[in-house]
Every structure is written in structure tokens, then in C-alpha cells.
Design a binder for this molecule. Structure first.
Ligand code: TYD
Ligand code: MG
Length: 442
């Protein structure tokens, strides 16, 4: 027998190296490399004995995507209109955010619709699951529950029963005896997911895979998992207020960046309307509203900021739910193009409800919030600010202005601050073509 060949894999990003290294050259994590055995291929070299078929594209029959609606509107929305039969969905999130809770709730709901559901838990014993189920008032559910860490058992159960849905909670706790490394390592996760995808596609079972996210915000081995599955959902949110936002970052069967809003209550996750993220007491200095588009959805988001004199040599820029670099850029534009003297001030910015804004349309609202906080003057009541701020201090138009305004109108917004000529019924518009005119309005 020849010498066993090994290599080293980073458990954070999946980078490989022939030798052990202390710091990953790809992602910079320390002490993340573990040794794994190079997998041997048992397949004969020359195995192309006609297991393919060439088809004309026009002759291929199209298939309707078979969706199942869970009746939880927010959950269906994130999936693009319901659960697609035979798809593999990865649900990621930090520990304690509510992945197991939502999966148990969905599982019991599906079994109430007479679907055959099995819940594999590698983290909890069956009695712990029962306690959770009692709390969620679903302890009489018909679904099957298995507490195991062995992937071979999962495989056997799925192949020998005709389940419609399977839940794997969580992928990091399962271990396949075929792979020579510990549970949770890249090669375990990758191989198990691979095999689950194969089962899902061949048997038409819909599989939900729960994935633990590390503090840095990535599922251990995220890249390897993300491209294997059909849909990737992430849980984010404001822990203190119990707000949970489910977001699709990849979806083969629907739009990405679709979001759903939930609140963690004492009897599990309940869907809520995004309006509950907004604070009702308005009009304090530093608070501004904007309109954000995620996936196919448009909703109002509140940003708040605090601007105070710096007492040290170095002024702080701190953002929650917004890119700190972009905040730095916006404050530099306010300083240079708007003549606002905030260079020697600390800036703290927060997006309400634990939401993360990635859209440049929110730039104008963030600038308005900073100006308002700096001048200690509240912004005009019932107003939204939409527009992208460019490096020259000009405000650029953004997409879907009409739909944003009509959503704002539903919530009683009366004024809109935006670039260009807006002629929309029912709302008063204030033209803001550059940072200077924004400062003048405030
Ligand atoms: P959990 O689903 O176990 O998180 P994850 O699987 O993502 O690690 O969520 C656990 C948290 O949710 C825990 O802090 C308790 C809280 N919780 C509620 O507030 N209400 C409930 O009904 C349940 C079941 C949990
Ligand atoms: Mg859990």
C-alpha cells in the first residue's frame, strides 16, 4: 500500500494547502487549517460507456416548478412563492437566532398538510425537541424525529422511506464514516451536502439544511455549501427586540435578496409586517426615513445617527447595519462638498430593527440623518429621503422611484426629498440635486 496522501483545508473559507499553515493566506483566519486525507476515486478510469444522451433543446419538455405554499406569507415570499419540490435549501444564521425553531414550526405545518416529514437533529435529543415543540404548542405533530449524528443513518432512512420533506439540523454536527475527518470539517460538510443533493434530486425529497454561521458571518465552508444547494437563506436581525429577518442570498427558483420579517415570541417565530420595525416616536434629531428595495419588495427603513465632538485625535465612524466605508465616504462628502464641519466629530449610525442596508438609495437619508444630528434639528415630519450620493456631491436618481413613493404614501408619508423633477400625486416633493441643497433644506 502506498503512503496515504494528506492535505490541509481552512475550515473558514475552504482554501487548501499541501502544508499546515498558521494563518490562512486566503481569508486571514488563524489556526483554521485541519488535515484531511486525499480522497481516492474508486471509479474505473475509462467509464464513459454511454451514460449520456444528446438532445435538441427544442425537444426537451419543460417542467413546471412545483411549489408548495406554507401559508406563512413571509416564508413563502423569501422562497419566491413557496417551497419548490425536490429543492435543497440551506438556512444559515448565528447560534440562537432561531433556525431550529423555524424549522420545527415549518415541519409541523407541513405535516399538518399531510406531508411526510422527518426532522434529523444532531444537536438535540428527542426529549429536548419535545420540550421545544411543547413551547411552540405543536407537541401533537405527526412528523418523525430522529436524534443522530451519523450521516449513514440519514441516508438509510431517506432511501427506505418515502418522505416528502427532510430537515438536517445542523450540517456541522453530522459525521460520515466514509470521510476521514471530524464532524464539521470542510470535507465532511461538502460530502454530506453533495450526497443530500443527490438524494433530493433522485427521490424528489425537499431537504432543508441548517448551517451554523461563525462570528465572522460565514457558514463554515460557506462557498462549498452555497454552490451545491438551490437556495440559501440567512437569518439576521435585532436580538434585543426579537426581530428576525430571513433573507435569500441565492435562489435558483426565485429572486434573490428577498426578505421576510419575523419576531421571536414566547411561542416561537411569528410573521410581522416591516412597519413594526419603525419607531413610532418620530422627529428627533438624527432620525431619517428612506425607502429600500430588497428582491421584489419595497419598504421604509429608519436610520438614526449620533454626531458628537471627538475628544481624541482620531474620530470614530461606527455603523450598525450599514457599510462603515460608505459611511466614511458620505461624511467626507458632507465635509468637503457641503462645508459641514464633521471631520472632528464621532459618528454613530444605526439602522433600526437590525436590518442591513446595501442599497445606495439610502445615501441621501443617511446624509440627512447626519446633518440633522450635527445641527441637533429634527428633520421635517413625515418625510422620506431617496437618492444616491456621488463623490462629487451630486445626487443621482435611483430605480423604481414611483413604486417607492406609492409604498411611502400607504404609510402616511407626505414629503419626499429626491433628485430631479418628481411629479407624483398626493405627495409634496423637494428637489435635491446636490448635498448643498440638502443642507439648505435642513
Ligand atoms: P434556536 O431556534 O434554538 O436557535 P438556533 O437553532 O438558530 O441556534 O433559538 C433559540 C432561541 O430562541 C433561544 O434564545 C430561545 C428563543 N426562543 C424563544 O424566544 N421563543 C420560543 O418559542 C423558542 C422555541 C425559542
Ligand atoms: Mg439549533
Amino acid at each position: 500500500m502506498g503512503k496515504i496522501k494528506t492535505y490541509f483545508v481552512c475550515n473558514q473559507c475552504g482554501a487548501t494547502s499541501p502544508k499546515w499553515v498558521g494563518k490562512c493566506p486566503e481569508c486571514g483566519s488563524w489556526n483554521s487549517f485541519t488535515e484531511e486525507i486525499t480522497e481516492k476515486s474508486n471509479q474505473p478510469q475509462n467509464s464513459t460507456s454511454k451514460n449520456y444522451q444528446i438532445l435538441k433543446l427544442r425537444d426537451i419538455k419543460g417542467v413546471e416548478v412545483d411549489r408548495f405554499s406554507t401559508n406563512i406569507k413571509e416564508f413563502d415570499q423569501v422562497l419566491g412563492g413557496g417551497i419548490v419540490k425536490g429543492s435543497v435549501v440551506l438556512i444559515g444564521g448565528e447560534p440562537g437566532i432561531g433556525k431550529s425553531t423555524i424549522m420545527l414550526q415549518i415541519a409541523s405545518l407541513l405535516s399538518r398538510f399531510n406531508k411526510k416529514v422527518v426532522y434529523f437533529s444532531g444537536e438535540e435529543s428527542t426529549s429536548q425537541i419535545k420540550i421545544r415543540a411543547s413551547r411552540l404548542e405543536i407537541e401533537e405533530s405527526d412528523m418523525d424525529v430522529i436524534s443522530t449524528n451519523s450521516y449513514e443513518s440519514v441516508d438509510e432512512v431517506l432511501r427506505n422511506n418515502s418522505y416528502d420533506y427532510a430537515i438536517i439540523d445542523s450540517i456541522q454536527t453530522f459525521y460520515s464514516a466514509e470521510i476521514n475527518s471530524a464532524a464539521g470539517t470542510i470535507s465532511q460538510i461538502k460530502n454530506i451536502t453533495h450526497s443530500l443533493v443527490e438524494i433530493a434530486k433522485s427521490l424528489g425529497i425537499t431537504v432543508f439544511i441548517v448551517g451554523q454561521v461563525t462570528k465572522e458571518g460565514s457558514i463554515a465552508g460557506p462557498k462549498v455549501l452555497e454552490h451545491l444547494v438551490d437556495t440559501v437563506l440567512y437569518f439576521e436581525g435585532d436580538y434585543n427586540r426579537g426581530i428576525r429577518i430571513l433573507r435569500s442570498v441565492k435562489n435558483r427558483f426565485g429572486p434573490t435578496n428577498e426578505v421576510g420579517f419575523f419576531e421571536m415570541q414566547d411561542k416561537g417565530l411569528k410573521e410581522i409586517s416591516y412597519k413594526e420595525l419603525l419607531n413610532s416616536t418620530n422627529n428627533l434629531p438624527g432620525r431619517a426615513l428612506t425607502s429600500v428595495m430588497e428582491g421584489t419588495r419595497i419598504f421604509l427603513v429608519e436610520v438614526e445617527s449620533l454626531v458628537t465632538q471627538t475628544f481624541f485625535n482620531f474620530s470614530k465612524r461606527n455603523a450598525n447595519g450599514f457599510d462603515t466605508n460608505r459611511l466614511q465616504m458620505l461624511s467626507a462628502i458632507l465635509e468637503k462638498k457641503g462645508g459641514l464641519n464633521i471631520g472632528n466629530h464621532d459618528i454613530y449610525l444605526n439602522v433600526a430593527g437590525g436590518l442591513k442596508i446595501n442599497e445606495p438609495a439610502a445615501d441621501l437619508a443617511i446624509c440627512a440623518s447626519l446633518i440633522s444630528a450635527y445641527k441637533n434639528k429634527p428633520l421635517p415630519e413625515s418625510s422620506i429621503f431617496i437618492g444616491e450620493v456621488s463623490l462629487t456631491g451630486e445626487i443621482r436618481n435611483i430605480s423604481n422611484t414611483k413604486s417607492r413613493i406609492s409604498e411611502a404614501l400607504k404609510l402616511g408619508i407626505k414629503n419626499v426629498y429626491a433628485p430631479g423633477n418628481l411629479d407624483e400625486k398626493g405627495i409634496e416633493s423637494f428637489r435635491v440635486d446636490n448635498i448643498f441643497s440638502l443642507i439648505n433644506y435642513i
